[in-house]
Design a protein around this ligand. Structure first.
Ligand code: ARG
Length: 460
């Protein structure tokens, strides 16, 4: 059996079962490009601190670059008995350049390497996520623009409530995902701090230039406490929280689109290419893409919770428990990125069924609030106006008539103040004209917001 790099004080070889139990290379191989990037810069810092000669540095650089190529081309063999990505690369470097490889670990600990690699990895992942979110925002705007002017029934408690422009309803999701994108940008401030130089936890014993290392690696700053640097996983927790928020809103949107595609609603047609059939019922067209987004939300929320529980009660500084931070992180990133993309593609193919939606508008007394507001303009206190309108709705419902079909005599039975002008109030036109207050569903407002959003997105 191969000797472990730390085996000097051990009398026994590592147990085979334990070796398998404790490895992380099966998942932390993803960090390979960052491990190499950070090692290249660290080697330069060692040279500047007179720990490596120019020749040794060049040898290490050459070896690391060869390994990088082998990993890229898929030739590199990751080995479980070398535990993790850090040891796998160190071992490969040793095989290429001999003992000089071991000088690279001077003053360095895997405790700082793993957080440096993770932070670098996440810096790239967050860039990708921001791009994906931007594409989603663009698809939302495009759909809202395409169907500008279509009125849908708005819901509270899933009951018909008031009319609303489809574009306004849909742009609510734009606001949600835009906020998540902004959260990612803010998160980057706390992500882009470089732990290298923290060593195991007490700080490096050699005089390496930390600021220079951080700058070369693309960090904005260095960590200010070496114990914090190797112990904290808040930079993972915070991202998982943002990913969970993204998934929650994707899930709500999924649920809404699933409802809208049912026979009962029949507001939209989902593109065939993102639906599946049934193995027994030939007529079926199922919204699986959306259901899977909703389902994967459970997994991402679970990943967040896993990290919370992992960290609870962990004393400082590094503990091996922390190795378990990676599977939930990788899984959450994978699921969230795929779900954002899936939603973006699906939105592009959704068609509104305008006639069906129009038929729905006739149901549920969507303009009842307008009648109450009308009574208010005639001097009736709102609570009373609300009550009178409720009675009128009950009467209209019993007679199976919409409000605007009631005669003036019928109206007057409920309130003497109602005059002919009530009919002007009971129109969609009136409803939308009265809702040009900022943030409301008025036609001009919504058009303006769409224009503004397109500008906003260019700067996001
Ligand atoms: N594979 C480890 C992890 O993911 C790297 C750090 C190991 N450090 C240690 N002292 N065993 O956390």
């Amino acid at each position: 059996m191969e000797k472990k790099p730390w085996s000097g004080r051990f009398k026994e070889n590592t147990d085979k079962f334990f070796e398998d139990f404790s490895e992380s290379i099966s998942f932390d191989y993803r960090l390979a490009p960052y491990e190499i990037k950070a090692s290249l810069v660290y080697a330069e810092a060692l040279k500047e601190a007179n720990i490596l000669t120019e020749e040794e540095l060049n040898l290490i650089k050459k070896g690391l670059k060869e390994i990088e190529e082998e990993i890229k081309s898929g030739k590199f063999v990751f080995n479980k008995s070398y535990e993790d990505i850090h040891m796998n690369i160190e071992k490969a470097l040793y095989e290429k350049i001999g003992e000089v490889a071991y000088k690279l670990h001077t003053g360095r600990s895997r405790n700082e390497q793993v957080v440096t690699d993770l932070r670098l990895y996440l810096m790239d992942e967050v860039e990708n996520l921001k791009k994906e979110l931007k594409a989603l925002l663009e698809s939302i705007i495009a759909k809202a623009e395409k169907y500008y002017g279509v009125i849908i029934p708005g819901f509270t408690h899933l009951q018909h409530a008031q009319p609303v422009l489809f574009s306004h309803w849909f742009m609510a999701y734009y606001e949600m995902f835009k906020h998540h994108l902004e959260k990612l940008k803010d998160y980057e401030k706390r992500l882009k701090i470089c732990p290298l130089g923290s060593s195991a936890f007490a700080g490096c014993g050699f005089n390496i230039n930390r600021e220079k290392i951080a700058k070369k690696l693309g960090f904005k700053d260095i960590t200010k406490n070496s114990v914090f640097a190797v112990s904290s996983r808040d930079f993972i927790l915070e991202l998982l929280f943002i990913l969970t928020l993204i998934m929650l809103d994707l899930s709500r949107l999924s649920e809404e689109l699933i409802l809208w595609s049912t026979q009962e609603f029949d507001f939209i047609d989902l593109p065939d290419r993102f639906c599946t059939g049934s193995s027994i019922m030939p007529q079926k067209k199922n919204p699986d893409a959306l259901e899977l987004i909703r389902g994967k939300t459970a997994s991402v929320a679970g990943n967040l919770f896993q990290l919370i529980v992992l960290l609870k009660g962990l004393p400082l500084s590094y503990n091996r428990d922390l190795q378990e931070d990676k599977p939930p992180l990788f899984q959450a990133l994978e699921n969230t990125k795929k779900s954002i993309k899936m939603m973006e593609l699906l939105i592009g193919g959704i068609k509104l069924k305008k006639e069906n939606i129009e038929a729905h508008l006739k149901k549920g007394y969507l303009l009842a609030t307008e009648l109450a507001d009308y009574l208010v303009t005639k001097g009736i206190p709102f609570r009373k106006a609300h009550h009178i309108t409720g009675e009128i709705v009950l009467y209209a419902e019993k007679n199976q008539k919409p409000l605007e079909a009631l005669t003036l005599e019928e109206f007057k039975k409920f309130s003497k103040v109602i005059e002919k002008d009530v009919y002007e109030w009971l129109t969609m036109e009136n409803f939308f004209k009265r809702r040009e207050i900022p943030g409301a569903t008025g036609y001009l407002n919504v058009k303006e917001r769409l224009k503004e959003a397109k500008k906003e997105i260019a700067e996001l």
